[in-house]
Ligand binder design. Structure first.
Ligand code: MN
Length: 511
């Protein structure tokens, strides 16, 4: 889906140095953009939009960027000195993410041949400072990447930003559907949906489960049969489950029907994510002869839809549903996977103290260490206490990052924690998918900092995304990021939260 997007590259220059200089600036810029595109490291195509030599030209490019749906952000670079007053009007109007690339056409100084003509042309060392100054004076949020354009390190930092900018564009046109409401009385998963749309872009709608059931009624049983076959091909399972007419087969069949119904309504509405509530599954009485409802919590469906890229939040948690979609979107093509997770239970074990991450059903199989196992077990929670299909697995023992967004009443806070997943153990009496992690810098500090920041018990975890993704996301969104990592200490972190409180109060545009 990165194919639908492009990044616009604008080179800053001016006409002071004559027509030859402008021709060279143009040729160099084309070569650099081509080099970045050919590096194979940046998933979004960069499109060279020419040099900007005047205030009018800058404003025209920025207005065009705003109005082009393919354009997810603008990259700027000052080849020559580009007096920054000419950028003011354009930058005032730009409403897309901005990346300032501080680079240079040539890598090394040509010591023996460098003359004043060369210097007039290759001025980014000071031209980019002039540009940076006006951005800072205008309080513009942006990313600054420094490095030679052929350097993979610089390219990778642009790649991170391009993924975040694409996910940002995706979230500006994102519908999240809540089937049912929040789980009653829960504070942290609730929040201001109006503010979310203004600040983060996505729209949250309510859809009654009865409407979902209209889709459920129309699901063709041959399609269900086929999906059940797919399950048996994709996941390890007891052979007994394949026995048609058995209770286990019936549970899996019903789970497949629920998946088809959910996918059908999400597609029909153009939704990119959804929430469920275990107290709202359609008809309450499973013995009613006119029963129209899910016989079980559609956990297997949620697991598989998450893997497909649909945002998901349990118990009506629409903020997590939207954030998970963004995590999945940013991670496309990256190898290790992501999931919605919940802090489940603690394991006090000295220096290896850790937190089991799971959910009663809904953990995304993308993070599985091995092929997931399809199982059916009794689940005694919610309106329907029933035999319930699910994928069971443990997760890769590797480092990752987890994130959540909370509503503080006057604004959103993004909380990010570096974590280390360690080898988990099977849970024979609790057959759910899980991960087991130590939050950085250690269990006691990491968990305390998360709690002090007001973090949820739900979070969106990824092995592939680094904190840099979240820095870029928070910068684009204009929200606070509280990052808990190997260097975090509680006194410093508490002060950071206090100072941020004042910063965001003073910056009304960010609240
Ligand atoms: Mn939960």
């Amino acid at each position: 889906m990165f194919d639908n997007y492009e990044i616009w590259w604008v080179t800053g220059a001016q006409l002071l140095y004559g027509g030859d200089a402008v021709v060279s600036v143009d040729a160099h810029s084309k070569e650099m953009v081509e080099g970045l595109n050919k590096s194979g490291r940046i998933p979004v195509k960069i499109v060279y939009k020419g040099t900007a030599n005047s205030s009018r030209e800058v404003a025209d490019i920025m207005k065009a960027a705003n109005n082009d749906n393919r354009c997810i952000g603008v990259m700027t670079w000052m080849h020559t000195f580009s007096p920054a007053k000419m950028w003011i009007h354009g930058l005032q109007q730009l409403n897309k993410p901005l990346l300032h690339f501080h680079t240079q056409y040539n890598a090394e100084i040509p010591w023996d041949t460098m003359d004043m003509d060369f210097m007039n042309l290759n001025q980014s060392a000071h031209g980019d400072r002039e540009f940076g100054h006006i951005c800072t004076r205008m309080r513009l949020r942006r990313k600054v990447v420094v490095g030679h354009w052929s350097d993979p390190k610089a390219q990778d930092r642009i790649a991170v930003w391009s993924r975040v900018a694409a996910a940002w564009a995706d979230s500006q046109d994102m519908l999240i559907i809540r089937f049912g409401d929040q789980m009653n009385n829960v504070a942290v998963t609730d929040g201001d949906k109006v503010e979310a749309e203004q600040r983060l872009g996505y729209h949250v709608d309510y859809t009654p489960v009865s409407e979902l059931m209209e889709y459920w009624k129309k699901i063709d049983s041959a399609d269900v049969d086929a999906l059940v076959e797919t399950y048996f091909k994709e996941y390890t399972h007891d052979q007994a489950l394949e026995e048609k007419g058995s209770a286990g087969y019936k549970s899996i069949w019903n789970a497949a029907r629920a998946e088809l119904a959910l996918r059908a309504i999400l597609k029909a509405k153009g939704a990119k994510g959804f929430t469920t509530n275990f107290d709202d599954l359609g008809c309450a009485d499973i013995n009613d002869p006119n029963f129209v409802g899910f016989d079980q919590i559609p956990g297997l469906a949620s697991q598989r839809l998450m893997a497909e890229g649909y945002g998901f939040g349990a118990e009506g948690d629409w903020k997590s549903a939207a954030l998970y979609r963004t995590v999945w979107f940013m991670s496309q093509g990256l190898p290790k996977g992501c999931s919605f997770l919940e802090d489940y239970t603690l394991n006090f074990d000295g220096a290896n103290s850790s937190i089991l991450q799971a959910h009663m059903l809904e953990v995304c199989p993308l993070i599985a260490e091995e092929r997931p196992r399809l199982e059916v077990h009794f689940l005694g929670i919610g309106v329907r206490k029933a035999q319930t299909a699910r994928l069971v697995f443990t997760s890769k023992p590797e480092k990752g990052v987890t994130a959540t967004v909370v509503d503080l009443g006057n604004r959103f806070r993004l909380i990010v924690n570096d974590v280390e997943c360690i080898k988990s153990k099977p849970l024979p009496k609790l057959p759910v998918a899980s991960a087991l992690w130590i939050p950085m810098p250690d269990f006691e500090t990491g968990a305390a900092a998360w709690i002090l920041a007001g973090g949820t018990h739900h979070s969106c975890f990824s092995y592939d995304l680094t904190p840099e993704y979240w820095e870029d996301y928070a910068e684009i969104a204009g929200i606070e990021m509280a990052h808990i990592n190997k260097d975090t200490t509680i006194p410093t972190f508490k002060n950071e939260l206090r100072w941020n409180e004042v910063y965001y109060m003073l910056n009304k545009s960010l609240c």
